[in-house]
Design a protein around this ligand. Structure first.
Ligand code: NAP
Length: 263
């Protein structure tokens, strides 16, 4: 039986990914902070033919519980084959700018809790000598911008951590994958107007499945974000600051602000 652990299982991207693995011989263990939302995902996966789906309503951001959560999952599944960490929250950039407390809260949700769980899961996989750990980061972590640098800093921290983890486990049978989506139409981004570069969670899910099969280390989804981010990263600072002027993003929640924050 294939044993799959998903943290932040109510996420639209996580759910779309889980659906791709629904089969009689698959055992899911779903973690998230809302029992109600986990139950909806559980019923959906069962209806789609999953062999066994168990839920564990626990807040992944409560660090003190992380060891217990992972141990429970490992015990119930009798070892993890594939783990996906998907929880995350778009930071309120403006609120964070005037509140160190809100900034730290955002870093805890988007970086610290993810790193805590990734450490525990990676050590379990290393002990087993096999398995895959997938973490959803973001293209927002590739370059800091005035419009979303708190969220971006958290994702950057996750991406660098995962890069190092992947290097550490290179010679083991464990595969460590960082997923960097661009703009995805999910509840997290429901307040934003959607444009040309937007995609659906199902497309990202297909990309995640392919990355797992090909044992990739880092994957941009959809693929064109690799090239967009390469251009953005190579852009000289003065040009970058002129193209994304702070005054434009600082004044109000204008469309360009929204587009820049969305990832
Ligand atoms: N959508 C995008 O454009 C985009 C782009 C790049 C990266 N990402 C990343 O993709 C991942 C999945 O997001 P999504 O787009 O699928 O959004 P989503 O459907 O809104 O899912 C967000 C997930 O994070 C959980 N979550 C949110 N705030 C939380 C908190 N304070 N404490 C604990 N859990 C919390 C949610 O749980 P509840 O159901 O309990 O709220 C849900 O499981 C996230 O890591 C996100 O940063 C998204």
């Amino acid at each position: 039986m294939k044993k799959i652990l998903i943290i932040g299982a109510s996420s639209a991207i996580a759910q779309a990914t889980a659906r791709l693995y629904c089969a009689e011989d698959v055992h899911f263990y779903l973690i998230g902070r809302s029992r109600r939302r986990l139950k909806i995902v559980q019923e959906d996966l069962m209806a789609r033919g999953a062999g066994k789906v168990e839920i564990d309503p626990t807040d992944p951001v409560r660090l003190a519980d992380n060891q217990g959560v992972v141990s429970r999952a490992v015990q119930v599944l009798d070892g993890v084959d594939l783990a996906l960490i998907a929880h995350g929250e778009l930071s309120d950039q403006k609120a964070c700018e005037t509140s160190a407390e809100k900034t730290i809260r955002s870093l805890n949700i988007n970086a610290i809790s993810v790193i805590s769980l990734a450490t525990l899961i990676a050590n379990h996989l290393e002990e087993r000598g096999e398995g895959t750990l997938v973490v959803i980061s973001s293209v927002a972590g590739d370059r800091g911008r005035a419009s979303n640098y708190v969220y971006g800093a958290a994702k950057s921290c996750v991406s660098t951590f995962m890069e190092g983890l992947s290097h550490r486990l290179f010679r083991t049978g464990v595969s460590v994958i960082t997923v960097k989506p661009g703009f995805v139409d999910t509840p997290m981004t429901e307040q934003f107007e959607k444009g040309l570069l937007w995609t659906q969670p199902e497309i990202v899910a297909e990309g995640i499945k392919k990355a797992i099969e090909k044992r990739k280390s880092t994957v941009y989804l959809p693929w064109y974000w690799r090239w967009i981010m390469q251009v953005i990263q190579l852009m000289p600072d003065p040009l970058f600051k002129r193209i994304f002027p702070v005054s434009e993003v600082g004044k109000d929640q204008s469309e360009s602000h929204v587009e820049q924050r969305a990832e």
